[in-house]
Design a protein around this ligand. Structure first.
Ligand code: UDX
Length: 435
């Protein structure tokens, strides 16, 4: 078994480390944050991801998983296969911020004391690998093979997606390194796409851009359904049964959030423009998504032109259920807009409790505290807790006009309306009865 190092213990790095340990590899996870390393050594995961703490405990108990910081230098930390899984956040101009990636690759190249395979697991724009090889690896003290190995993990399902991936993508011009990677992933039953570095990087962006396109497409269809009285659920069902289209990622709502789709679509748009191509369709996907999250505010202000002193409950802060991640979550854009309308906003999320809320809004500890006396409620995340609410009790708690805006089309509209509530959604006919 190859010795493995994973640099970065965030949503991607930690999953990579614990899953490779589960597959039998000896893994060293490295993070510059000593507090994170201490947390992990104690068996506590810094991220909320189903199944991760069990794998963490199993890996450490089996002696296949350890956590270190690089403060003592990288010697002794570099594995036969060393993954780079540090963050590539979005810069102000929409490009990917590669500061952390460059810093790690530079350090690894500088302190390399033996040949190893450097695997880029972080999402980096097409062309990054070639540039890193040229700038850092070509000067390294030992031969370093470069492999692009993008991840396709969904938050909340990351451990499952690791072991049940639809494909493994490997980009490299080093045949020995590619063979090493095939052996590393020998226990994963998935087709392996082998190509050059830049094409592998492009596959990652193309995947996220296409999934984002499906979402913005179904959201525009839902907006049209609202105009023509069609039912988006039926449209999505009929559409998705076409095997060429597929039913996944056809759920209409207030748009995609998260740390990937918004960042990757903007980065691909940036890279396209910088390389002389106007990616028109992608620009529209981004524009549609930016405005989709405004729908609850548009419809609630129509129903209640004067929101001053009205309490509004925003249910769900994470960008989707089963995660504590609030990055680019629609709720964080909806809340300030409701505050601007003078509303008294109470926000509740079952898990995402650490997020800083916009000034003027209040986080409450239960869905009932959020709903008590509220004139309207926005379901911004399809947490099961909201889907299974006792709508008669909700009606008792709320004040007139008692509107429920179902931002994820996840509620049983009949149950909500039978309880005497005003139901609004995205593309569900007759749902936008103004209160
Ligand atoms: C995504 C990709 O799925 C994954 O392959 C990639 O590696 C990282 O980005 P993630 O961002 O974790 O994963 O979540 P995902 O489940 O894809 O949902 C992304 C966003 O799209 C969420 O805000 C979700 O609410 C929204 N979404 C998803 C829709 O609005 N409609 C859908 O039908 C599906």
């Amino acid at each position: 078994m190859a010795s493995v190092t994973v640099v970065g213990t965030g949503y991607v790095g930690l999953v990579t480390g614990v899953c490779l340990a589960r597959s039998g590899h000896t893994v060293t996870c490295v993070d510059i944050d000593p507090r994170k390393v201490e947390m992990l050594r104690s068996g506590t995961s810094p991220i909320y991801e189903p199944g991760i703490e069990e794998l963490l405990a199993d890996g450490m108990a089996a002696g296949r998983l350890r956590f270190e910081t690089p403060e003592g230098g990288w010697r002794g930390l570099i594995g036969d296969v060393t993954f780079v899984a540090v963050g590539t956040p979005m810069a102000a101009n929409g490009s990917a911020d590669l500061t952390a990636v460059r810093a790690v690759v530079e350090a690894l190249a500088r302190e390399a004391d033996r040949p190893f395979v450097l695997v880029m697991k972080s999402t980096v724009p097409p062309g990054t690998g070639q540039a890193l090889k040229q700038r850092f690896l070509s000067q390294a003290a030992a031969p370093i093979a470069y492999v692009s190995n993008p991840e396709f993990l969904r938050e909340g399902h990351a451990v499952h997606d690791w072991f049940h991936t639809d494909r493994i993508v490997l980009g490299s011009d080093d045949t020995a390194a590619l063979q090493t990677m095939r052996e590393l992933y020998a226990d994963i039953d998935a087709p392996i796409v082998t190509t050059d570095v830049t094409s592998a990087e492009t596959i990652k962006y193309a995947s996220n851009a296409f999934l984002s396109t499906k979402i913005s497409f179904i959201n525009e269809m839902a907006n049209l359904c609202d105009c023509i009285g069609a039912d988006i659920d039926a449209v999505a069902e009929g559409l998705g049964l076409d095997s060429r289209i597929g039913s996944q990622f056809l759920k209409a709502g207030i748009g995609y959030g998260g740390s990937c789709f918004p960042k990757d679509t903007r980065a691909l748009d940036f890279i396209s423009t910088m390389n002389g191509y106007q990616f028109t369709l992608l620009k529209s996907v981004i524009e549609v998504n930016n405005r989709q999250r405004l729908l609850p505010v548009v419809h609630l202000t129509r129903a209640m032109p004067d929101m001053h002193e009205r309490a509004i409950a925003v249910l769900g802060l994470s960008f989707k259920p089963d995660t504590d991640d609030v990055r680019e979550s629609p709720a964080l854009d909806i809340i300030p807009l409701l505050l601007e309308e003078g509303a008294d906003v109470r926000a509740y999320d079952p898990v995402a409790a650490r997020v800083a809320l916009p000034a003027g809004s209040r986080r409450v500890e239960s869905v009932w505290e959020a709903l008590r006396g509220a004139s309207a409620a926005v379901v911004a995340t399809d947490w099961r807790e909201f889907v299974e609410l006792d709508w008669r009790r909700v009606r008792e708690q709320m004040a007139d006009p008692a509107i429920v805006f179902d931002g994820r089309n996840c509620l049983d509209r009949t149950a909500v309306e039978d309880a005497g509530l005003v139901y609004m959604a995205v593309g569900r006919p007759g749902a936008h009865r103004e209160g």
